[in-house]
Design a protein around this ligand. Sequence first.
Ligand code: ATP
Ligand code: LTN
Length: 334
Amino acid sequence: MKRIFSGAQPTGNIHLGNYLGALRNWVELQREYESLFCIVNLHAITLPQDPQALAQKTRDLARLYLASGIDPQVSIIYVQSDVSEHAELAWILNCVTRISELERMTQFKDKAGKQREGVGAGLLNYPVLMASDILLFQTDLVPIGQDQKQHLELTRDLALRFNRDYGETFRVPDAFIPQAGAKVLSLSDPAKKMSKSDADANGSINLMDDADAVRRKFKRAVTDSGTAITFDETRPAITNLLTIYQILTGQTTLEVEQHFAGKGYAALKSEVADATIDFLRPLQERVRGYGDEELDRILAGGSERARHIARATLDDVMQRLGLDGTRRPNRARE
Ligand code: ATP
Ligand code: LTN
């Protein structure tokens, strides 16, 4: 069976973009692939985090994975820092990555800004850790939003380079980027993607938002000039609202356009809000249904299974590099 791996950071609030661009597809794909879904808390600390909040958000995100439909009987759900092989492989891959490759990454440029002196090295090395996540598991397919495409290309380059220099070691993964929902835009600034790190809270619909907040945010959403309600790349704000509506109601683009023909922007906003509220209500109820004990059991089981796969890859990598693993003190237990 082919394998998929994906992850999200336990930072900020998980929003509709994360769901439509990533999580939703994970749920679909888990039946066809052996699946690992990780809560990437080591990625989260590339920017300063409050320790207590990070621990809490890690658990909250695990609940959201489960509530979205990731089935722990089928898929492996775990926390990145529980499997130390991620950090070990990241160090090794850092040694085959060029600084220039990392400095080219658009996410690094966006997050680091112009003043580079005070920027943490973790932010630069972030894509190497992401490559390690993926390559550790001999992943075939990586379901992600559009913004992560460049990181996946780097992952492929690193795998190919390592394989060339040290022999066939890593499977070279492909990206899975959905046709609709790969880049959900900010409701307040359609020039940007909906983002957890956006200072403007009105731009994102968070998955835990209550009905009033959802209605208010859609009501204030920026629209394009004109009045037509059609899918049209030159009118990103309306297309964004229509895309959200289309995916949540499971209709075709044609059905959606026919539905809104002759209606105004106010009706569009209010119907997108209704569809979102109807989608979020049961999801939020399921989130609240997972107790701490059950969650711990699922995450502990997940990390055990993940570690088993990861170790095999890392042992192979170490051997190829001349890093003899036989002296490891816990070797006998494995
Ligand atoms: P930030 O916006 O602060 O950089 P993020 O939401 O991109 O954070 P993650 O939690 O790591 O960070 O993202 C999880 C997944 O959601 C990734 O696959 C990412 O590509 C996807 N994603 C993020 N934002 C969007 C968006 N606006 N539209 C579609 N997919 C998105
Ligand atoms: N960088 C990703 C999160 C992430 C990820 C991964 C996604 C970390 N490791 C491995 C897919 C596969 C982001 O969305 N910001």
